[in-house]
Design a protein around this ligand. Structure first.
Ligand SMILES: CC(C)(COP(=O)(O)OP(=O)(O)OC[C@H]1O[C@@H](n2cnc3c(N)ncnc32)[C@H](O)[C@@H]1OP(=O)(O)O)[C@@H](O)C(=O)NCCC(=O)NCCS
Length: 211
């Protein structure tokens, strides 16, 4: 039988992960949250169990999902905490209403929400968030910890770097690179490469600032 999950993050995104788990039949025992005042509260009927030390006694029974937040840096932080404490990681969570070709792959701890389309030879790393209706064309790679918000469309042969954050409804032209830990504003059209750790936004997307 599948082990139960605990989800890092109990805000809107963590609740969406829990909802996805309900839809795919994965049992969730509760949420992890580092904020002491959240411990003991109920979120969507599930307890906020606290920190990893608070679930030490049942570590063998659970798998930890680090992607209950949208912020890529926070996902990496939760992963580091989880590995340091020796907990095992949850597998990728993929909604049944996702189109995934047999030539595509998804890494551990990633989340692929309802309505996503991943065509041929798409490689999605670990702890990646593909929110509702994300569309990835042929030969796209998405690096670890990246977050693609609802309705993002990525054309063929694009490389999305680790930790990149693509805002709602943005689109990326083919054969481009989105640098690691960069941010694309919601609604943007990316027509040229994006350097690492920069924010671009607008149509066409222009450099706004270093991050
Ligand atoms: C990009 C974003 C994250 C803001 O980041 P930020 O670091 O707070 O950026 P700022 O507000 O300082 O904006 C910097 C510049 O970019 C512009 N900008 C920011 N987002 C923009 C957007 N989506 N479209 C056009 N311009 C945008 C700002 O107007 C500002 O321009 P200026 O310097 O000419 O005045 C936010 O605007 C955004 O697009 N978020 C997407 C949210 C989302 O997709 N959520 C999904 C939840 S599931």
């Amino acid at each position: 039988m599948s082990r139960k999950l605990v989800i890092w993050g109990c805000g809107g995104h963590g609740r969406e992960v829990n909802h996805l788990c309900e839809q795919i039949g994965r049992e969730v025992v509760g949420f992890l949250d580092e904020r002491p005042h959240m411990k003991g509260s109920l979120v969507d009927g599930l307890p906020v169990v606290g920190n990893l030390v608070d679930i030490e006694s049942f570590r063998a029974e659970v798998l930890v999902f680090c992607g209950g937040v949208g912020d890529p840096a926070l996902k990496r932080h939760f992963l580091e905490r989880t590995l340091a404490a020796g907990f095992e990681l949850a597998p990728a969570l993929v909604h049944p209403g996702v189109y995934l070709s047999k030539r595509s792959e998804i890494g551990i701890g990633s989340m692929v929400s309802e309505g996503c389309i991943l065509t041929v030879n798409v490689h999605v790393g670990a702890h990646v968030t593909l929110n509702r209706g994300v569309n990835l064309g042929h030969d796209v790679t998405v690096g670890d910890f990246a977050t693609l918000s609802p309705g993002v469309v990525v054309s063929g042969n694009v490389e999305v770097g680790a930790g990149a954050y693509l805002g709602t409804g943005c689109a990326v032209r083919e054969k481009l690179t989105i640098g690691p830990w960069s941010v694309v504003g919601g609604g943007a059209f990316v027509a040229k490469d994006v350097r690492a750790r920069t924010l671009v936004a607008g149509v066409p997307a222009e450099f706004k600032k270093e991050i």
